[in-house]
Design a protein around this ligand. Sequence first.
Ligand SMILES: [Mg+2]
Length: 170
Amino acid sequence: MNRNPFTPQPGAEYRNQGGGVFDCIGAVDPEHADAVIMRNKASGWTFYAHGIGIYDDGSIDWDYSSGGRFGSVSGQQDAQEVFRNAVQTWGKAAQVDMMIEETAELTKELLNERRGRDHNIAEEMADVKIMIAQMEIIFQNAGEVEKRFREKVARLDQRLRDRKGGAGDE
Ligand SMILES: [Mg+2]
């Protein structure tokens, strides 16, 4: 099976090669810039997964893990809990407006970069990810988003293979 580098989406659920189910908690610690926080759904074991790869069947694995512990990471509240809190506190309309605003801010920063100006692409990408996680709570569609995400990644992979004239590297 092919394995490709992969960045899990916060709020989404993944099956690893061993059949375990893991939630992507998402928030990347600056000290673990190459890592994503994952939590074993069954045990609550939470850790940094480094060098994640995805296989053709949608399962994932990682090169190694670090910083494992039960419960919250680095004493922080679980990100999903924070997002649920935000939706409850400010409501659907305000958070949808915020999603629109953050995507516009990212658009602006991308244009700044293109025009050779100072930009804050990373900050606005983080804002957009945070708002997407809240949209999944509001629209109750994390499963559908994940399904479409995987289908689109597979289609993209196929298109890239077709382009190479079938010269895959199996
Ligand atoms: Mg912003």
